[in-house]
Design a binder for this molecule. Structure first.
Ligand code: SF4
Ligand code: SF4
Length: 250
């Protein structure tokens, strides 16, 4: 059987999502027997796009002209394109300052040095059609492997529609919000991370982006009862996905 051709690309991001995949050392050798990884500049050469791909995994948000060019080219050449991680899905860390003027941000970081103009960081789906999204900053190794297993079975990954709180309850953790009064964003954040942070006593920071169909009004009522008003909660949630509208509960 012909092995599927895979492309893994990074736009503006920290490469953490790609590294999460590379860190699956035990499984990678088995996986590489099943797929032809034909474009993965972070790990292998050559670094030119060639021919068509069955699947493209794209990390990072679209910011520069080069990002846009690479993304459009990948879309043209790929049967399926997956937004890999929070930057690709929502803008993520790079888009945290999208509510402030670019000129001000540039001045803060580079002073008066002349630097080439860049664009505004935006999710991949604002530039090309995305077939599926894998959440996480970075995604969990198990999710990445499940995604590649799905590819081998010619299906798309399951989209998570439950919050981090579900993972947290499954692990029988103490609730940091209810029991300790900490601002934990698990109520409104997409699950699937096995409640990695709350299980270590660290509140969820919302890095996986919003959970679809969340009951925002009810969640904000719970936060309010614990002393956190809506602007505080929504402001923190929007750090990873600034353009997301969290319903009318605000
Ligand atoms: S989603 Fe997180 S880990 Fe992935 S590129 Fe963006 S900042 Fe890095
Ligand atoms: S600790 Fe956070 S993620 Fe866990 S149940 Fe409480 S609010 Fe939800």
């Amino acid at each position: 059987m012909k092995r599927p051709r895979l492309a893994i690309a990074g736009l503006s991001g920290c490469s953490g999502c790609q590294l999460a995949l590379l860190n699956c050392e035990a499984e990678l050798s088995l996986l590489l027997e099943q797929v032809e990884c034909q474009f993965f500049p972070l790990a292998i050469s050559p670094v030119e796009l060639t021919g068509r791909y069955d699947l493209a995994l794209v990390e990072g948000c679209c910011t520069s002209r080069h990002d846009t060019f690479l993304l459009r080219e990948l879309r043209k050449r790929s049967s399926r394109l997956i937004a890999l991680g929070t930057c690709a899905a929502w803008g993520g860390v790079a888009a945290m300052g999208n509510d402030r003027p670019r000129s001000r941000l540039r001045r803060q970081v580079y002073g008066n040095q002349p630097i080439p103009a860049d664009g505004v960081p935006r999710p991949v789906s604002t530039v090309v059609t995305v077939d599926a999204t894998v959440h996480g900053c970075p995604p969990e190794p198990a999710e990445l492997l499940a995604l590649l297993a799905d590819l081998l079975h010619d299906t798309l990954p399951l989209q998570r529609s439950f919050p981090v709180c579900c993972d947290c309850r499954m692990r029988e953790n103490l609730c940091l919000l209810q029991e300790r009064g900490m601002l934990c964003l698990g109520l409104l954040t997409a699950g699937g991370c096995d409640a990695r942070c709350p299980s270590l006593g660290v509140p969820c920071e919302g890095c996986r982006g919003p959970v679809p169909e969340a009951n925002v009004t009810e969640a904000l009522t719970i936060y309010r009862q614990k002393g956190f008003d809506a602007p505080t909660v929504l402001g923190r949630l929007r750090r990873f996905c600034p353009e997301w509208q969290y319903g009318s509960g605000a």
